[in-house]
Design a binder for this molecule. Structure first.
Ligand code: NI
Length: 169
């Protein structure tokens, strides 16, 4: 099964907002399978289609990230219905933001609705890690990275480090 290439910062495609999925066709089914394989292989707890340069509103996630005992979820066209409370996700990271982690201000509770791969409506009332994953992945669909949600100073430190790494590569 083909595994997708994950784009990394500062690839401009990571800033492109995703389009809603209108038909859950074979192409979307394949995309979901490929995103799942990519996420488990990385490994990561979540992946948005945006990270593969595909501008479709699809996210996959598995808070346990265990490729053997999979607790796999997909949401097509996820929408935030409600967001409540405040928390700090500790040491958040992203497959598209190499060699960097940071605490990020997040909502404590999220209500998110979307569709599963069969077009059935799904509703998640999430707290803790799952709430953070949902915020992080939905942000990707809007072209937002977690480094857009940290202080400008911290972001600049990362940007400089990243530029240096890319220059030396
Ligand atoms: Ni990410």
């Amino acid at each position: 099964m083909p595994v997708l290439t994950i784009l990394t910062y500062p690839d401009p495609l990571l800033k492109e907002p995703a389009e809603p999925v209108e038909h859950i066709d074979d192409e979307i089914q394949q995309l979901i399978d490929d995103m799942a394989e990519t996420m488990y292989q990385a490994p990561g707890v979540g992946l948005a289609a945006t990270q593969a340069g595909i501008g479709k509103s699809v996210i996959v996630f598995d808070p346990e990230a265990d490729p053997v005992n999979r607790n796999f979820h997909v949401l097509i066209n996820p929408a935030i219905i409600d967001a409540r409370g405040k928390t700090v996700s500790e040491n958040e990271g992203c497959l598209s933001v190499p060699d960097f982690r940071s605490d990020v201000n997040r909502f404590e509770e999220m209500v998110v609705e979307g569709l599963d791969r069969h077009g059935n409506k799904q509703r998640y009332e999430a707290t803790g890690l799952l709430a953070t994953i949902l915020q992080h992945e939905i942000d990707h669909l809007h072209g937002i990275l977690f480094i857009d949600r940290i202080s400008a100073l911290k972001r600049q430190i990362y940007q400089r480090k990243r530029k240096k790494v890319l220059k030396e590569a």
